[in-house]
Design a protein around this ligand. Structure first.
Ligand code: ATP
Length: 459
């Protein structure tokens, strides 16, 4: 039985770059030509082919190229027999029996598509041997499909004018791919599909995995940088990006180069797709990840009892070094915060809203207060939390960062999962707040736990 698809590719992501290719292909299809999308693995050929077929609004026949395919897999074959037996016993002394056996012809996908005017999507057609694809030649040019001679059907089918073929293929240097006969290439309009641009990849990641934009951008750029360094030009990085994003999103793993789980995922996904020695690729991967940590490093300070000034100095020294090394603008918000501290601009009152800040500005310009004063100010700003008040009760009154800081102060340190369950926040949101607090020197990170820095006592 042949299945006709009416499905459209779900969540097709359109971006200006993809729209241009779609428009070009649609023009050729509307003018009666068949289209061939050629490109590296994972650039989105199949997805686009199905999208185009969907736009043509005809039923879709989907076929895959295969080295074992035969012409009969495309056009059909005699499949089984029909048997007809007539027993005539009209005159009781005479018995007449007629037994007839006939071959039954079953159309295959190409024949059905040509006969009914469906859209044929022939994915990776050059994985089938070239002679198998010869049946397409007359169908595309003479609009006649030639069938093997049989007693019970015509040998030619006139191709329905609505019939269109959309073919996809990988370059010939790919394993298991045959070269295509010139006659077939001559009948097709070939569009070379490039690696999707950064914006397209980002949008695909966001829409397919619901990951945050900044994380999607980081993954796309990181994978691209790794592929460039390892010379992995054979396949697109899009599938790798999708895998990393999906796993991180579904398992609440922070997209951070310092996160051990994120690093493991990157090495599992990326190191299996390289064209150079594993050892070299591993070195490149770790070096790249470490470079990125350099760009947004959370300073690890040996003792949580260190004074706020010491911590502030360490943070500032490390940030001063890092601001030059930052290359990836994904971390722009963090970078902005980093630059703010590194350039020792007057400190913005961290937890005030715009109105409060404006009010303060009228009173007196903000000085670059020492960090311990900030901590104290922060604490004195907080409503008394003591015994009775719960986090929920004060949640509306104080900001998320304040709540986290206060919680860490009370709990003498906590891990990410403790914080997640306490504040019901997604990990990325939580990490943003922790980062902001770390940059201000209010929180430090040690052995996978976060500690609030207590204000130094005035001597
Ligand atoms: N425009 C798009 N919208 C949504 N998802 C897309 C888009 N383009 C590509 N993808 C996703 O990217 C991945 C790779 O796309 P696809 O399978 O179409 O690539 P391909 O070029 O046909 O790869 P191959 O040559 O290996 O068959 C898939 O998971 C697909 O869903």
């Amino acid at each position: 039985m042949t299945t006709v698809l009416r499905a459209s590719p779900r969540h097709f992501v359109s971006t200006p770059a993809l729209d241009r290719i779609t428009l070009r292909a649609l023009r050729y299809l509307q003018s009666g030509f068949s289209v061939h999308l050629r490109g590296c693995a994972g650039v989105g050929k199949t997805t686009l082919a199905l999208h185009l077929a969907d736009l043509l609004a005809r039923p879709i026949m989907l076929m895959y190229g295969d080295d074992d395919s035969k012409s009969s897999d495309m056009i059909g074959a005699q499949a089984g027999y029909t048997r007809k037996k007539v027993v005539d016993n009209f005159i009781h002394s005479v018995m007449k029996v007629e037994d007839e056996m006939k071959h039954t012809w079953v159309d295959s996908r190409l024949t059905l598509a040509c006969r009914e005017g469906f859209t044929l999507v022939y994915d990776e057609f050059n994985r089938s041997r070239p002679e198998v694809n010869n049946v397409l030649l007359s169908a595309l040019e003479e609009k006649l499909l030639v069938l093997p001679p049989t007693s019970n059907q015509t040998e030619y089918i006139r191709v329905n004018p609505h019939f269109r073929a959309i073919l996809t293929s990988n370059p010939e240097e790919y394993c298991g791919v045959h070269s295509t006969q010139d006659a077939l290439m001559d009948r097709l309009v070939t569009i070379n599909m490039p690696e999707p641009d950064e914006l397209t990849q980002q949008e695909i990641l966001i829409q397919k995995t619901e990951i945050e934009r900044s994380s999607a951008a980081f993954i796309v750029r990181f994978v691209r940088a790794f592929r460039q360094k390892t010379g992995a030009e054979k396949a697109s990085g899009l599938r790798s990006c999708l895998m990393i994003a999906k796993v991180c999103q579904e398992h609440h793993i922070a997209v951070l180069p310092e996160d051990a789980e994120f690093r493991d995922i990157c090495s599992d996904v990326l190191l299996s797709r390289i064209g150079i020695a594993l050892e070299d690729a591993t070195k490149i991967l770790w070096a790249l990840l470490n470079e990125q940590i350099g760009a947004i490093e959370i300073p690890v300070i040996s003792t949580p009892q260190a004074t706020v000034e010491q911590i502030a100095q360490t943070v500032q020294a490390s940030l001063n070094e890092q601001t030059e090394a930052i290359e990836i603008p994904v971390i722009s918000t963090i970078q902005a915060a980093v630059e703010q501290i590194a350039s020792a601009q007057p400190v913005q009152a961290p937890f005030l809203d715009a109105e409060e800040r404006a009010e303060l500005a009228l009173q007196e310009p903000l000085e670059a207060a020492p960090l311990n004063q900030q901590v104290e100010a922060l604490l004195s700003d907080l409503p008394e939390l003591e015994e009775a008040s719960t986090m929920n009760e004060i949640a509306d009154e104080i900001s998320q960062e304040q709540q986290i800081y206060r919680y860490l102060l009370r709990s003498k340190g906590a891990g990410l999962s403790d914080l997640e369950s306490e504040f019901s926040l997604v990990r990325t949101e939580l990490l943003e707040s922790i980062r902001a607090l770390t940059i201000q020197g209010l929180v430090i990170h040690r052995d996978r736990r976060f500690f609030a820095v207590e204000p130094a006592l005035e001597s």
